[in-house]
Structure formats: structure tokens, C-alpha cells
Design a protein around this ligand. Sequence first.
Ligand SMILES: Nc1nc2c(c(=O)[nH]1)N[C@H]1C(S)=C(S)[C@@H](COP(=O)(O)O)O[C@H]1N2
Ligand SMILES: [Mo]
Length: 153
Amino acid sequence: MNTTPFLAAVFALSAGAVAAQDAILTVSGADSATTYSHDDLMALPQHRVATTTSVTDGVVAFDGFLIRALLGDDLPDDAVVVATALNDYQVEIPVTDFARYDVIGALSMDGETLSPRDKGPIWIVYPRDDHPELQDIRYDTRWVWQLVSLQVQ
Ligand SMILES: Nc1nc2c(c(=O)[nH]1)N[C@H]1C(S)=C(S)[C@@H](COP(=O)(O)O)O[C@H]1N2
Ligand SMILES: [Mo]
């Protein structure tokens, strides 16, 4: 089959099996694109968010990388990040969210690696319990699960 390694990884991912070194996330800007494997993302400084969610009982602990760590330093305040998931779900997120809040790309929940079956391998998680204004449907739509790309516009 004539597919790029990235697409091959996405297909493997949807089948439930992906190696730790396969590309699972693409971050792109106007003229660049960087891909990250699970190992790459685990090697970034890890940050914990303890929060309730719409799909779990009580408070759970998510660990992952800060989304802002993957974005450039001098993005204009009106920049948006288009987050795309494996099921083609897409939402625009203002970059100011990532400066204002410690939003993470969660790789595990309560110490268990997130798999594509339970919203993994990457789930955008907001520190909702720490900020009442985040307890709003506008933000719920930004909790993208099965995240595959972030495109800065
Ligand atoms: N991959 C993916 N992420 C998604 C969605 C989706 O359809 N696909 N729906 C969004 C919306 S509209 C909401 S309200 C939240 C919560 O959805 P859930 O309760 O079904 O998890 O997830 C967001 N993340
Ligand atoms: Mo929703």
C-alpha cells in the first residue's frame, strides 16, 4: 500500500495497535509540520490535571504534556489552533486558552495509558475544576479525544 508512515500509523491506531515510536500527533503551522510519537510526547515535561469530566465518576488524574509546549512562543493573540481527531471531529481553539490555562494533551488517566478505546492516545484536558468559567459547553467541545493533529492558523 502506498501510504505515508503517518497514515499507516493512524490506520494501525484505529485498529487499536500502535508502536510507541510511531507518529501519533502532527503539529503544523504556516510552513512547517512536526510529528510526535508517544515516546516523544512522554519525553516532554509532564503535567498533572486532576478534574471531574463529562464521562467519568468523580475526580480523575490526567498526566500529559502542556499543549503550549508544542506551539511557537510568539503567536498573535488572535491565532487559533484547529484540533482534529481520528473520527474527523474538528474544533477551533483560541491559542489564548493555552496561555491562560494549563491545558494538557493527556496520555494517561489515573496512571493508565489512554488507548484509542478510551479516548486516547491523546485527549485534550482542561483544568476545569480550578476555573469555574471552564465549566461551560463552549469549553466541553474543546476536550478533543483521539487527537491526531493541531494546526495553527
Ligand atoms: N474525537 C472527538 N472528540 C470530541 C467530540 C467528538 O465527536 N469526537 N465531541 C466533543 C463534544 S461536542 C463534547 S461536548 C465533548 C464531550 O463529549 P463526550 O461526553 O461524548 O465525551 O467532547 C468533544 N470531543
Ligand atoms: Mo458537545
